[in-house]
Design a protein around this ligand. Structure first.
Ligand SMILES: [Zn+2]
Length: 150
């Protein structure tokens, strides 16, 4: 979800009551593969994920949410914050040697400091989206990438 630019919090611990409280406070939609329990039945902002496959899960969520627009690679995949362009000179000391040689455009997360570039992972993720996600199939996804790589 973060890859597509959705503001996403991952509930790695806690219980359904805590997740529901967070959803209510932050006006979020709960995505879960857990069967609807009595505690969840009263909550109307919930999507019960049906599939085990990532592509089918994403397609279900997109179909139900109808987001209308995507901002691919606009968020940090680690901590969910928006990422911003940064010059190569400012990050060159933190790059692996091959990335130093091959990449010229970077974004970074101001919270966790993670750096992103158009490497093999970036290309593979765009190919996955254009191959598997309804509404994005066959699209030139570079035009959906919100963050300008300066
Ligand atoms: Zn981050």
């Amino acid at each position: 979800m973060r890859l597509l630019g959705f503001d996403t919090v991952i509930a790695e611990s806690g219980n359904p009551q805590q997740w529901l409280r967070i959803c209510n406070l932050q006006k979020r939609i709960l995505l879960t593969r857990a069967r609807k329990s009595d505690k969840l039945k009263a909550f109307d902002k919930i999507i019960l994920i049906l599939s085990d496959r990532h592509a089918q899960q994403l397609n279900q969520i997109i179909t139900e949410l109808q987001p209308g627009d995507f901002h691919i690679f606009s968020r940090c995949l680690c901590c969910n914050r928006k990422v911003y362009p940064i010059s190569k000179e400012l990050v060159i000391d933190r790059l692996p040697p091959k990335v130093r040689e091959r990449a010229d455009h970077f974004t970074h997360c101001r919270k966790c400091g993670k750096i992103f570039w158009k490497g093999t992972h970036f290309v593979a993720m765009l190919q996955f989206l254009s191959r598997e996600i309804d509404g994005l199939k066959g699209a030139n996804l570079e035009e959906f990438v919100l963050t300008e790589f300066c």
